[in-house]
Write a protein that binds this ligand. Structure first.
Ligand SMILES: [Zn+2]
Length: 404
């Protein structure tokens, strides 16, 4: 089962009854956390067993299903806490600080036509939450293949989980093989007998990482006398960096997936797990692998949702091997890969060709063929470039093709 959380704003703020409910819910969660810590249990069922009766007495008016869902939330907080303890990360006794509540799908009603949620508070008291519905939200509300999951209510917005069965990936008619680099995805698109270079350029992600890194460093120096403030400011800097990068990664992933969906392509990616950034002095200073890993996560998740096949292959030697004669080069190379046999190619694109060949040789690309000789050296398809970010608002027209 795949789950996607969709955020909705509310037309007018939260009704006061709902606000009280959120406060009660938080109280119940914190009580459950305390009970769980004392009894050393973390599962919802165990929590229900030890604490439900007392809870019922403390919150006699609360809708029973909300109470059970409070145990659920407390359970996941406790599990995270236990994991941190196990990894010996220093942490305080957990408690829920933010106002929130979660309701399972049988504990609320959503009219998908009008976008109105009917949320029971207690016996005889319900509130209506009017959602702001945009075109983006309509896509989910109108798709009846999606069922409703849990509802999370926050003080100024709600998150509705939409669920669907994992669709069977289509049989690919072409392949899009991508080598993931710090500033771009470079690859090859193979359809029929033809092969073309493709590129999705995101130089701004590296720039953002670098800028925030410098700012954190400066903050640490400036606030060296007060570790508490320094820590808080650095964390804020980190959150901001994360948000800005995340936004761009989604844009890149969307462009790639739209391309693959339209051409019925299988996507080939390198397997980044276990890979470490090279420890050269210069690299040390700036880039971590997480944006690349995150990009893969986003692509894989969205591809699964759309039924696009994704193949992951071991990237070992992919940037050093000649796809024609199979020689492996151990000497340093520049931007271009050159082989004694006469083959030459942009280093990154060469790597993606090798990834594709690995996928094909293991039968993971569904009967596709690829002949490096058929590669069109003078064509480059642009999947994404930063200039698109301004235009590619979710209006369904974000352009992809552009041949230079
Ligand atoms: Zn060669």
């Amino acid at each position: 089962m795949l789950v996607k959380g969709v955020v909705f704003r509310l037309e007018s703020g939260l009704p006061s009854e709902a606000k009280f409910l959120l406060e009660d819910f938080r109280l119940a969660v914190n009580n459950a956390i305390r009970a769980g810590l004392q009894a050393r249990v973390t599962s919802r069922n165990a929590l229900v067993k030890i604490a439900y009766k007392d809870f019922r007495e403390q919150h006699p008016m609360m809708y029973a299903q909300h109470l059970v869902s409070a145990f659920d939330v407390a359970g996941s907080v406790l599990k995270n806490h236990r994991r941190r303890l196990r990894n010996s990360v220093a942490c305080r006794i957990p408690f829920a600080k933010r106002l929130m509540m979660k309701a399972e799908n049988q504990a609320y009603k959503l009219d998908r036509e009008s976008g109105i949620i009917d949320l029971p508070i207690r016996a005889g008291c319900h509130v209506e939450l009017r959602l702001v519905v945009s075109q983006y939200h309509r896509k989910y509300l109108d798709d009846m293949a999606l069922s409703l999951g849990s509802l999370t209510v926050l003080s100024n917005r709600v998150i509705v989980a939409f669920r669907k069965d994992v669709p069977k990936p289509f049989a690919p008619e072409s392949a899009l093989s991508l080598d993931t680099n710090e500033r771009s995805l470079d690859g090859v698109f193979v359809e029929g007998d033809g092969a073309k270079a493709v590129k999705a350029d995101f130089p701004d992600i590296a720039v953002i990482q670098l800028r925030h890194h410098d700012r954190r460093k400066r903050l640490q120096k400036k606030k060296a006398h007060d570790r508490r403030i320094s820590k808080r400011l650095c964390r804020r800097e980190g959150t901001r960096e994360h948000g800005r990068i995340d936004y761009r990664l989604h844009q890149v992933a969307n462009s790639v997936l739209k391309f693959a969906e339209e051409r019925k392509s299988a996507i080939v990616l390198e397997n980044l797990t276990g890979m470490r950034p090279k420890r050269s002095k210069e690299l040390n200073r700036r880039l971590s692998l997480w944006p690349r890993r995150k990009l893969h996560q986003i692509i894989e998740y969205k591809a699964q949702w759309k039924g696009i096949p994704v193949v992951k292959v071991d990237p070992r030697n992919s940037s050093r091997t000649c796809p024609i004669c199979g020689r492996i080069q151990y000497s340093r190379m520049g931007a271009e890969f050159k082989c004694e046999c006469g083959w030459h190619m942009d280093r990154h694109i060469n790597a993606s060709i090798n990834l594709l060949q690995t996928a094909i040789s293991r039968g993971m690309a569904g009967g596709l063929r690829f002949d490096p000789g058929a590669f069109q050296h003078d064509v480059m398809m642009i999947l994404y470039e930063p200039a698109m970010a301004a235009r590619s608002e979710p209006n369904g027209t974000s352009g992809i093709v552009g041949v230079t």
